[in-house]
Design a protein around this ligand. Sequence first.
Ligand code: NAD
Length: 471
Amino acid sequence: MEYRVAQLEALGRFLDDKKQEILEATELDMGKPSFEAFFSEILLCKNELNITLNNLSHWMKDEHVDKNLVMQLDSAFIRKDPYGVVLIIAPWNYPIHLFLVPLIGAIAAGNCAIIKPSEISKNTERLIAETLSCYLDNDCFAIVTGGVPETTRLLENKFDYIFFTGSPPVGRIVMTAAAKHLTPVTLELGGKNPCYVSDTCDVTNVARRVVWGRFFNAGQTCIAPDYLLCTIEMQEKLMPALREAITEFFGPNPRESPDFGRIVNDKQFQRLRALLCSGRVAIGGQTDEAERYIAPTVLADVLPSDPAMQEEIFGPILPIVVIANMDEAIDFINARPRPLALYAFSCDSKIVNQVLEQTSSGGFCGNDTLMHLTLTSLPFGGVGRSKIPSPGHWEIGLIHDLSYGEEWNSGLGKYHGKFTFDTFSHHRGCLHRNMGLETLNTPRYPPYTQQKLGLLTTTFEVKRRGTCTLL
Ligand code: NAD
C-alpha cells in the first residue's frame, strides 16, 4: 500500500509541476482552450487520484462474504490481486486524461504498467515521454512511444491485461492480438451518440447544454452528442436557440474565440470537411485549412443516408435528423450500434425515463450532456457489440446502416473511481478453512448414505427467501 500511495502521489506531483506544460502541449496539439484542458486533463484526473488515495486502504481490503452452515468458523473472502503487467494504449483527444485515469487504477491495484500515448497528439506525447519517468518508479512503469508499427510490435508481447481507448477498428486489432495470448481486455471505444430532444423542453437550456457538449474540445470527445433527433417543429425552435448559444459562448466569430479549439491534424480536418455536404448548413460551416478551423456547425434536415450519419463525427459538426415522434426516435436509436452515451432532453421526466428504459447504451444522461462522466461514482464504458436491427427497422429505410453497425462498437469493460481499481484487480475467491472440527466434514465423505445426503442438503442448500418448508 505504501508503495502504491507513493506512486500515486508522484502522479499528483506530475500534474502539479507540469500543469503549465500540459496546457501548452494540448494547446499546440489541437488548440485546446486552457480552461477546457485544465478541467478535463487536470481537474478530473486530480479527482480520480484523490478518490483513489482516499479509499485505497478500504478498496484493497479483503472482502468477506456470506458462508454456509458448515463454514461458520472459516474465512471466505475476495482478495484483490494485481494482474501483473498491464498495457495502457491511449488516443489523442484527451491525451493526458485517457492514459492517466487508467494508470491511476492500474497502480492502485498493484500492477506494473506500460503506457503507450497517442503519436497524433505529438506535443503531449513528447511531454509524457520526457517527464513522466522522472516521477514514477522506472522498474515498474515504462512509456513506449510510436505509432502503428511500434504498437503492433508491442502487442506481440504477452501482457496480463490490456486497457485500450480508441477507435472501434483499432479496438478489434487490439482484441485480436490479446486473443492470441488470451489476455483480458478493456476496450473504451466510440461511435455515434444520439441526443433526443422532445417537444416539451426548455429550448434555451437544451441549446446551451448541447452546444457546450458538442463543441467542447472542438467536438473531439468520445461522448459528445453526435446528432440530434427531434421533430421538424422542434428543429425550427431549436435553431435560433443554438445560434444564440454559439454566439454567447464563442462570440460572433468563433475563429477569434480563445475558447474554441482546432482539429488535431490535416487528415481529420479533410474527413470532417467532407461531412459538411450533409443536409443543409444552418449555422456555421466556415472552414480554414491552414488553421484546421471548422466553425461550430449545425446541419439541418440531415438524412440517415447522408455522410455525416455514416461515421462518428468527432468534430464541431452537429447534424439534426428529423423524426416524427419519440417512438420513431427510439426505433432510430435501437436500429444502430449501442452507443457509448445516450442523451434525452425533456421537461417531462416520464419521457426521459422512457428513452432510458427502451434503449441500451454505455452511459446515459438526461437533460444534459457529458456531465455523467464527471462523477467518479458512475461506471464509464461501452456496452459491446451492435444490435441486429429488427425486421421493423428495414421498413423505415435503415438498411444502409448495417455496414456501420458491423464495424462500430462502444466497447467493453468499465472504469472511473472504484471501477478502475476493480478493472485492474483479479478478484480472487478464497476460502481459508479451520484445520479442526472434522466431524462437520464427514457428511460429504464416502461411503455415501441417504442420511449423509440429508445432512449435506440441510447445510449446503440455499433456499428461496419467503418459502417455508414447515407450512
Ligand atoms: P485510434 O484507435 O486511431 O488510436 C488509439 C491508439 O491506438 C493510439 O495510441 C494509436 O497509436 C494506436 N493505434 C492506431 N492504429 C493502430 C494499429 N493499427 N495497431 C495498433 N495500434 C494502433 O483512435 P484515435 O484516433 O486516437 O482516437 C479517436 C477514437 O477514440 C474515436 O473513435 C473515439 O470515440 C475513441 N475514444 C473513445 C474514448 C472512450 O472513453 N470510450 C475516449 C476517447 C476516444
